[in-house]
Design a protein around this ligand. Sequence first.
Ligand SMILES: Nc1ncnc2c1ncn2[C@@H]1O[C@H](COP(=O)(O)OP(=O)(O)OP(=O)(O)O)[C@@H](O)[C@H]1O
Ligand SMILES: [Mg+2]
Ligand SMILES: [Zn+2]
Length: 457
Amino acid sequence: MSRKKRTRYVCSNCGWESSQWLGACGSCSRWNTLEEFHIPENDGQKTHKSRLQTTGKTAMKPVTLDEIPVSEADRTVTGMSELDRVLGGGMMPGSFILLGGDPGIGKSTLALQWASLLSGQKTLYVSGEESLAQIRQRAHRLEVRPDHLHLYTETEIMQVIEAARHEKPGILIIDSIQTVYHSTMQSMPGTTAQIRECAALLMQLAKQENITVIAIGHVTKDGDLAGPRILEHMVDTVLQFEGDKQSHHRILRTLKNRFGPAQEVGIFEMDSGGLREVANPSELFLSEFNPAVSGNAVVCSMEGTRPLLIEIQALVTPTSYGMPQRTASGFDHRRLSLLLAVLEKRCGWQFGQHDVFLNVAGGLKLTETACDLGVAAALVSSLSGKAAGEPVVMIGEVGLGAEIRRVAQLDRRLEEAETMGFRHAIVPKGFKGGGQEIKVSAVSNINDALKTSGLDG
Ligand SMILES: Nc1ncnc2c1ncn2[C@@H]1O[C@H](COP(=O)(O)OP(=O)(O)OP(=O)(O)O)[C@@H](O)[C@H]1O
Ligand SMILES: [Mg+2]
Ligand SMILES: [Zn+2]
């Protein structure tokens, strides 16, 4: 085995490794993402062996399912139902949860409140970003005084692991994964190599000691978990904390969950007292809705397992300089272009000389095609200046021929609309429900939908 130090280059986006530096990553083709890192004198295999040695455990032997105690599967619930929801009904002991979000969005606040809710569990909170005094001050502001919370400001990963093995907490919070480092590695904290190594050690700790690890990670401008992107494959659960910093709403979204449904969302409000869960999210997203104003529509989107009613706002105005603008917030830009093209080509509404702005109320990001019909209706309504007048929910996917296509879980969406006091819904043709109080109009294309809702010119 060679004794000389080896240098490798690792892509900070996808974790691809190379023995030489390249301008673009060989796997994800991004430019300038390769970071240099030195492998200590012992090579990879030996590192794994020494990891086992440092854990003080001998290698485990295979077991049958019957040999595993069942009690391990009991979930830890926080009692905050929006949080438990995104965790698939509670935390699994020994799981590794990655909590990502933009700087300043409230990750540390969430983690501290989360920890305070788990009063039955000893919690070790490792902070590499703030001093003990700052954390104390925040705890004071949030009015949480968790006696079971132990704070630690060490950031060397082996020290952290040592402390965790000694203290034996049920929950270990790392704030943040970008500030912890392994002292034998030469690269800086926050580099891909460091993040990957520290996460691997924490993962091992979680599984061996049955400690739930919650690691906070910062997100880059383009929305990737910086560096931690490569962690998404390793960890059990990835949560994303989002929201518009100007507004009080915060959305906690499950991007991946080995122990529950993905794409689940929890809705919170943030003020000086910290985060509060929002009991009725549809009410929140419809709070400013006025059916008498043109350019508005209400859609029903399945966010995880829950239907949410959301207001769509469109503003269509004549273009003043040359190229018309298309701006969408909370909705896919290309999907907007597609809907505009369908409205022009198939329905005769001309947007060519108009700027188009589209906004999803409450800072939510809509990904479901079931929202297409509502978006199309809002666009037409703003162009024509005609409002629907009566509140109506629009549900349906728009096809390239302007036909309205079926969507999943229509019953649950209608139920939510009814609960929220809507008396009219427009849905795709072929709907065979009944028994609802809400009037359901089944339509086959956009023009029918516009006629039924009173939006056609
Ligand atoms: N005294 C205060 N009153 C009201 N809100 C406050 C107060 N102090 C902080 N906040 C809110 O808390 C937010 C920051 O929360 P927090 O520190 O938990 O975020 P973070 O995501 O951990 O940030 P970072 O990326 O810096 O670690 C601020 O954006 C602000 O909205
Ligand atoms: Mg923080
Ligand atoms: Zn790459």
